[in-house]
Design a protein around this ligand. Structure first.
Ligand SMILES: NC(=O)c1cc2c(=O)c3cc(F)ccc3oc2nc1N
Length: 325
């Protein structure tokens, strides 16, 4: 390997390390400007020596010309949405309905409800080939080029699987604060919250704009997968993690509603320390057989429920002034 190739390898390694510090550790060791400087240097060298480009180089994320619009994508397996409950009594009703329907004890998996945008990712022979929004559940929008810019979304799977996975694309609080600070300095309208900012960033026609929004993803489900090998949701999460895809580390298997309530209490308290926004807790029946027995309504699975946190009483300054007058 010659000196130039070694320099490229060092640049890629540094950029990947900075991404890991930013997105996984929520503790960047360099400012965004230093990341962008190194990325521009890597783009310049690879442009001059295209034969040295590698498929997993961070520069391969920001490709494609701005689109005129988004192609439609049909979800073979519909992407359903979550039913909501707003208090513990309603959560107990859900548990009672589930246990009556399956006629046996039930274990649950609790997950943080990431406040982002539902997406579907398709990998063919280990290569990321298609990314889409949920849309109306049956028809979504092809946002592949924009999702390629999401640094925590692997462009290749180490073992070359063909799989469709589903998850949430979100904007970390750090990215949201930096984005609104930059917009304030330019006198541009601010985003109201990270969810709106993520949605706006994914619906950009120009991937270069999306790349600067520093989005991230957590995966939590799959489209088609081998139901012989994977008999529980907990195993599905481990399988998705083994593929090399980011899975939220806070999920927990609970064998009683008592443990579910403990989990909800724990993460209601921890919510503000998380590096991303959550708007509730998702409670899923763990057994795939019990999920199948419960089935779906036309809109949502009956084996899953979202416990929503009470809306935060954010009294804006203006409201405060009105109240004080
Ligand atoms: N926002 C979320 O963090 C989150 C969302 C969903 C879903 O929307 C969802 C929709 C389905 F049809 C099936 C499973 C799901 O699991 C989910 N799990 C999560 N953790």
């Amino acid at each position: 390997m010659n000196e130039r190739e070694q320099h490229l390898r060092d640049l890629r390694a540094k950029l990947n390390q900075y991404s890991y510090q930013y997105y996984v550790e929520d503790n960047p060791s360099v400012p965004d400007s230093e990341y962008d400087r190194l990325m521009n240097e890597l783009i310049a060298i690879e442009t001059e020596h295209p034969e040295l480009v590698t498929p997993d180089s961070p520069t391969q994320r920001v490709g494609g010309e701005p689109l005129k619009g988004f192609e439609k994508v049909t979800h073979e397996i519909p992407m359903l949405s979550l039913g909501d409950v707003f208090n513990e009594a309603e959560l107990l009703d859900f548990d009672r309905r589930v246990r009556q329907a399956v006629g046996e004890e039930v274990a649950y998996v609790c997950e943080l409800k990431i406040d982002g945008l539902a997406i579907s990712l398709t990998y063919e022979a280990g290569a990321f080939v298609l990314g889409a929004t949920r849309g109306d559940g049956t028809t979504g929008e092809n946002i592949t080029n924009n999702l390629r810019t999401v640094r925590t979304l692997p462009l290749t799977l180490p073992n070359g699987e063909t799989v469709e996975v589903r998850g949430e694309c979100y904007m970390p609080k750090r990215s949201f604060d930096a984005l609104n600070k930059a917009r304030q300095e330019k006198g541009e309208p601010l985003f109201a919250n990270p969810r709106n900012a993520a949605a706006g960033s994914l619906r950009q026609l120009d991937p270069k704009v999306t790349a600067h929004r520093r989005l991230s993803v957590f995966l939590y489900s799959a489209g088609r997968f081998d139901r012989e090998k994977i008999t529980s949701h907990w195993e599905l999460l481990q399988y998705i993690r083994k593929l090399g895809l980011p899975v939220n580390p806070e999920s927990r298997r609970c064998t009683s509603m008592h443990e579910v309530f403990d989990y909800i209490k724990e993460y209601t308290e921890k919510r503000d320390q998380l590096s991303y926004g959550i708007d509730g807790i998702v409670v899923k029946v763990d057994s795939m057989a019990q999920q199948a027995a419960l089935g779906n309504t036309v809109k949502s699975p009956k084996w899953m429920i979202a416990y929503k946190f009470p809306a935060e009483e954010v009294v804006s300054t203006l409201e405060a002034i009105e109240i004080s007058v």
